[in-house]
Design a protein around this ligand. Structure first.
Ligand code: FAD
Length: 195
């Protein structure tokens, strides 16, 4: 039975239940024992793969949560722990295995539904990578799109209780063109017109 949580500063917080969000680690023992190159835990962990999802062994590919892939659009190595990446990475790896030229450059994406709050996030905007956040819509009513920008360019967008905007948000991210923040914040300006 839980009565309280004691934090590092010595304070006690009464609690009836505790949620321990301890994260998840990729299961890489099989790859490690096979001699495949891995990515350091401090850098996100996972099996190191190139943009065609090929591991350090040219006959072995990895996709989904476990793969830390070089992302050709974002110019960084990324391990995406989301459903859409698992869905699309497998077929991409299969195409590469069949000898097709593959550059797996899908914009990272996830969806989540929390009770009456539905959201989709596209892009990659870790802390320190952006210098502006722009909201379009009504944040108070919880119907809006938030954009993370760097020097006017959209790095990521999250639509909250607003639907059918993933395509233009991802097109904005791909375009890498600087956009006018006022127009971006104005719901009467079609997103497509900013690309
Ligand atoms: C609680 C929870 C909620 C989530 N919610 C969302 C969400 O809202 N939106 C979203 O986009 N994503 C969500 N995700 C993430 C999404 O579920 C994962 O990104 C996706 O399932 C990853 O698929 P995968 O095939 O790469 O890996 P997995 O689904 O983990 O499949 C890997 C399989 O490999 C097996 N395996 C591992 N090691 C070995 C071995 N040595 N030999 C044989 N088999 C092995 C495992 O048992 C497992 O069956 C959620 C995940 C969790 C855990």
């Amino acid at each position: 039975m839980v009565l309280a949580v004691r934090t590092d500063d010595g304070e006690e917080h009464p609690a009836h239940a505790v949620l321990a969000a301890i994260g998840a680690a990729p299961r890489t023992a099989l790859a490690e024992n096979s001699g495949l190159a891995l990515v350091d835990r401090a850098d996100g962990g996972g099996i190191a793969v190139d943009e065609s999802l090929r591991t350090s062994d040219p006959d072995i590919y990895a996709a989904g949560d476990v793969a830390a892939a070089h992302h050709p659009l974002l110019h960084t190595r990324l391990r995406v722990e989301h459903w859409a990446n698992a869905l699309n990475g497998g077929p991409a790896a299969a195409r590469a295995m069949l000898g097709q030229r593959v550059s797996y450059d899908r914009v990272p994406y996830f969806f989540s539904d929390q009770y009456d709050l539905g959201m989709e996030y596209s892009g990659w905007a870790p802390p320190g990578s952006y210098d502006q956040v722009v909201a379009r819509g009504d944040v108070g009513k919880r119907e809006f799109i938030a954009f993370w920008l760097k020097e006017g360019r959209v790095l990521a967008g999250m639509n909250v209780n607003v639907w059918d905007v993933t395509e233009p948000i991802q097109a904005l991210i791909r375009s890498r063109t600087a956009v006018d923040a006022e127009a971006l914040a104005d719901p009467s300006v079609p997103l497509e017109s900013l690309i």
